[in-house]
Each structure stands twice: as structure tokens, then as C-alpha cells.
Design a protein. Structure first.
Length: 132
């Protein structure tokens, strides 16, 4: 069972992105795809940390090299990172975060419609909770 990612390091995120994009990879395949000068043993250490944290799995079949696959979805990492931002920066309130995003950027019509839809859903959930 994968654990919720709390705060993946940039190096861990880099490797998770490769696993999400390409599926299970061997250590040498991950090392090749990093795309920058990063030591083989550093890649190995980071993969092993992902396994220890329950965010990736190491699969060994026969004589083939072990392959590493992600156990967590990209959405889980996004949610965890946003939760950290809300807690650390906005003291647990989402209003300052949403206000900054809405006031500080140019939203497309589609983004505005999606935000409105999400707010309507949140209102329905709240009303259902009050009635129940």
C-alpha cells in the first residue's frame, strides 16, 4: 500500500516523473533518461528512498534487471504539495491561495468555468453535510 507523499524532494520528483512517463524502468534506464550529469549511485539511492517511502516498488523477475515503478499517482503528489502550501503559507486557509491565483493571473474562460463548477460542488457537499 502506498503512503501519501508528504514532501518529495526535487530529486525524488524528477525520478517519479520519469516513472510516470515511461512506466517501470531499470536503474540503468532511469539513469539514461535523467538527461543530466547525475551519478549512477545517486540515482540508485534516490530510487531506493522512493521504495522505502512506499512511493515506488522494485520488481525483480528472473535474471532480468530489477525494474522500478511508481506506486503513487501524480495527482497524489500535487495534492500533498498544495496541502503543504496551504498549511505553511496560508495558515490552513485556502482563500488567500485562491485569491492570489484568481487575481494574479489571467484565467481562461475554461478555467473560470471549472472553478465555478468546483465551487458549486463544494457548496452542494456542504449543504448535504448540514442536512445529514
Amino acid at each position: 500500500m502506498s503512503r501519501k507523499p508528504t514532501n518529495p524532494t526535487p530529486g525524488e520528483l524528477e525520478l517519479l516523473k520519469l516513472l510516470w512517463e515511461h512506466g517501470p524502468l531499470s536503474l540503468s534506464e532511469v539513469h539514461e533518461r535523467v538527461g543530466r550529469d547525475l551519478g549512477y549511485t545517486t540515482v540508485q539511492t534516490r530510487l531506493n528512498r522512493l521504495v522505502e517511502k512506499g512511493w515506488a516498488q522494485r520488481m525483480k523477475r528472473g535474471r532480468q534487471p530489477a525494474r522500478y515503478g511508481a506506486l503513487i499517482a501524480p495527482e497524489q503528489v500535487v495534492e500533498a504539495q498544495l496541502d503543504l502550501i496551504v498549511e505553511r503559507v496560508a495558515r490552513g486557509s485556502v482563500v488567500p491561495l485562491v485569491a492570489h491565483l484568481v487575481q494574479g493571473t489571467t484565467l481562461t474562460r475554461e478555467e473560470l468555468l471549472e472553478l465555478k463548477r468546483l465551487i458549486r460542488e463544494a457548496e452542494r457537499r456542504q449543504q448535504a453535510g448540514e442536512e445529514g
